[in-house]
Design a protein around this ligand. Structure first.
Ligand code: ADP
Ligand code: ZN
Length: 526
């Protein structure tokens, strides 16, 4: 039987050095540790890679009893426990991957006081049997990892997380720490509320990831653009996110065909294949993981050099989380988003046709709008991202596309008026492709069939090419002057905000969509 690693010192810094091999605490780590050691609750908001684990691992070693860590991620549990054991920490985990006999063994260790840290899945923790077992063991602290899983508005929602307030009821004297890298203020409040952490001390780190370069590009030929992007990252590890399973498979196949080391990952694949691909991504160099957002939560690979999005993510928080998997080692990394109007239409429809109630749909719609605003903005991307989390940052950051190559703008007032009146005159139910056909005066049967070749807006926008029109429509959507129909097929209608422009009382400044042709050199990612 190994003695507890805690025996090597009773001081946080000493443990940090002797057990974990680090010289100094990062950011708020020390304050958080002291708070828990003193028996106070803590709510920790720290970006991915910030060093959340030590915040409960060290106090668990310093306090009497075992630290109970609630984690929804089975794969991650295993990795953490292995790493801890190598450091001489007496750690174990309990989840559905264990055989009954192995689980029994861990439970005996728990009762014998032979554990410093025990990782447990929420559904197991919440069983009456396990809670009764816990009554018989001295507990150092409860750590609730990925605490945003308590939020039913997030995409990681875990209903069991909502019952975790039982910990406070049954062990009021045991300090609790909730940790998350999800920063939006709304989720923050929900965590505090749901987990009974209103009075917990809050530790909010800066969410800036200065080494990540943000870029957003309008989609024209997605495949070609992706290949151009990957060209800048030859031989590097990275993730390419697609919206659908089909998109994942097609993209992975295409990349393999181009000679790239790409692997697919989505929830529809057999579990063993998925696990294999994930393991290869973690252990091998230079793999491009093509995945849905099912991939990534809890992935701790420090040298992910890029995260590409081939579709619009669902929210700014999601985008931040997903791109946050790049550059955890602090070295230069790139987050690249390539999106088109079709994404907006598709996501709008997914929301409208989803099962969620009206209130939730309204929130999801708002999140999508915010992300669209981010994508179309000419402001510093970093300032926009951090602003969404309530963190003041003026910019320019010097490390995003808008700062590096300030977008040119043009006075699009007249064109915007034409676009809006075209929407109005055609009955506010047609999609962008059809509207552009009207504006550019295309000869098509569909147009004639609807009599749209007779409209006063027919052909008035011939001098503007289709790409420029698409870009303008996106910007009108982002500015909230147009909306995608709730039901139906991507039709657009005007909002009240369009009125001043139509009446000639407002101007509309639009960004020029630069078509990036050349392939920038390697220093482009510095
Ligand atoms: P998070 O859970 O916030 O994403 P982790 O706890 O996994 O972050 O820590 C991220 C990385 O930083 C890990 O490799 C960890 O060992 C390292 N780390 C954490 N704290 C320190 C520190 N004080 N000094 C050096 N490295 C640290
Ligand atoms: Zn910037």
């Amino acid at each position: 039987e190994r003695p507890s690693a805690a025996a090597s010192g009773r001081d946080p810094l000493e443990l940090l050095e002797h057990v974990f091999g680090y010289r100094a605490f990062r950011g708020p780590q020390q304050a958080i540790i002291e708070s828990l050691v003193d028996g106070r609750d803590a709510l920790v908001l720290m970006p991915t890679g910030g060093g959340k684990s030590l915040c409960y691992q060290i106090p668990a070693l310093l306090r009497d009893g075992v630290g109970i860590v609630v984690s929804p991620l089975i794969a991650l549990m295993q990795d953490q426990v292995e790493a801890l054991r190598q450091l001489g920490v007496r750690a174990a985990f309990l989840n559905s991957s264990l055989e009954a006999r192995e689980a029994f063994e861990v439970e005996s260790q728990l009762l014998d006081g032979a554990l410093d840290l025990l990782y447990v899945a929420p559904e197991r923790l919440l069983t009456g049997r396990f809670l009764d077992l816990l009554e018989q063991a001295p507990i150092a602290l409860f750590a609730i990892d990925e605490a945003h899983c308590v939020s039913q508005w997030g995409h990681d929602f875990r209903p069991e997380y909502r019952q975790l307030d039982v910990l406070h009821e049954r062990w009021p004297a045991v300090p609790r720490i909730a940790l998350t890298a999800t920063a939006d203020p709304r989720t923050r409040e929900e965590i505090a509320e749901r987990l009974g952490l209103r009075d917990a001390e809050r530790f909010v780190s800066s969410f800036d990831r200065p080494n990540i370069r943000y870029r957003v590009e309008a989609k024209q030929n997605g495949r070609k653009q992706l290949l151009g992007f990957l060209d800048r990252h030859r031989g590097e590890s990275g993730i390419v996110y697609c919206l659908s399973r089909k998109g994942v498979e097609a993209t992975a196949e295409m990349l393999v065909g181009e000679g790239l080391n790409a692997l697919p990952y989505h929830a529809g694949m057999p579990a063993n294949e998925r696990a294999l691909n994930q393991r290869r991504f973690l252990r091998e160099d230079g793999i491009v993981m093509v995945a849905t957002i099912a991939f990534g939560m809890g992935i701790d690979k420090p040298d992910v050099r890029f995260v590409a999005h081939m579709n619009l993510p669902k929210s700014v928080e999601g985008y931040y989380q997903e791109t946050g998997r790049a550059g955890r080692d602090g070295e230069a990394a790139e987050a690249w988003l390539c999106y088109g109007l079709q994404d907006v239409v598709l996501l709008s429809q997914m929301i409208q046709q989803g099962e969620a109630g009206d209130e939730r749909k309204r929130i999801e719609r708002g999140k999508l709008d915010a992300l669209l605003g981010f994508a179309e903005s000419t402001r510093c991307r970093r300032a926009l991202l951090l602003g969404a989390f309530g963190e003041p940052f003026e910019g320019p950051c010097g490390n995003c596309d808008n700062c590096l190559e300030p977008p040119r703008t043009w006075d699009a007032t007249a064109a915007a008026q034409q676009a809006l009146s075209c929407v109005y005159r055609s009955g506010q139910r047609f999609g962008v492709a059809h509207l552009i056909d009207i504006l550019r005066g295309s000869e098509s049967d569909k147009l004639r069939q609807y009599g749209h070749d007779q409209l006063s807006t027919f052909g008035i926008g011939r001098d503007i090419d289709a790409n420029r029109w698409r870009s303008l429509f996106r910007q009108l959507l982002a500015a909230g002057l147009l909306e995608v129909d709730a039901e139906g097929y991507g039709g657009l209608h005007l909002t009240a905000a369009a009125r001043p422009l139509l009446r000639g009382e407002a101007r509309f400044e639009a960004r020029f969509e630069e078509v990036r042709r050349g392939r920038p050199g390697r220093d482009g990612a510095r």
